[in-house]
Every structure is written in C-alpha cells, then in structure tokens.
Design a protein around this ligand. Sequence first.
Ligand SMILES: [Zn+2]
Length: 128
Amino acid sequence: MSAPPELKPCPLCGATVACVISNKDIDYDLSNEMFAACCNATNKGCGTHTGWQETIAEATDAWNTRAESAELTRLRAELAEAMNLLSRAADALEMSYDAQEWPANGESSQEKVAAEIRATLDRKGEKE
Ligand SMILES: [Zn+2]
C-alpha cells in the first residue's frame, strides 16, 4: 500500500486518508497488477474506492476527479454564504467607528447587515 500526497480528501466523508492499493495487496498470485485509490478504512476512512486502474497515476486521477456528494456541495455553498455575511458584519462593525460612514437616511450599516443575517437565518430555519 502507498499513500501518494497528491490524493485529495475523500469526496464522501472528507477524510484525508486516501491511498492507492494494488490488487496484489489482496491476492499475491495475480499476474496483471491493477491499482485503485481508496479511503483507507483501516485508518478511520469510509472505505469508498475507485475501480481498478492500470497505473497508479490513473488510480490517482480517478480518485481526484470524483464528484462530491450533493450534501457536501450544499454545505459548502451554505458555508460560503455564512462566511460572506460574517465578513460583511465585520466590515460594518469597523465602519461604525467612523462617523463619516453612517448613511444619511438614518439606517446604519450594522442594522442592514443584522437584518440580512436575521433574514438568512429565518430562511434556513424554514427549510429545516
Ligand atoms: Zn471516505
């Protein structure tokens, strides 16, 4: 078993224990050696794997181009949205120390961002 450093984290469980195995690791008498990349189940991985490939490079490519789960894609999008809101909230807090930045209509940047955060949280609460 080898562990090339270029293997991406597992697209299913996110573990960073992927490795390339040879079919000879499983059956010593095979004449045609093949390789598969897998999420190392003997090291807290989930055990998912690619199909058998002819070379280590092909097994690595097959692993690194796997699509991630729909749940992981959704969670990444939600995290990006939350990070964006936090960044904007931090910006608004910084501006609050500068009286020049307060808008003339009386609604502060903090109030706008806080309302946006509350609306986003309400939307997420309705989905669940
Ligand atoms: Zn995994």
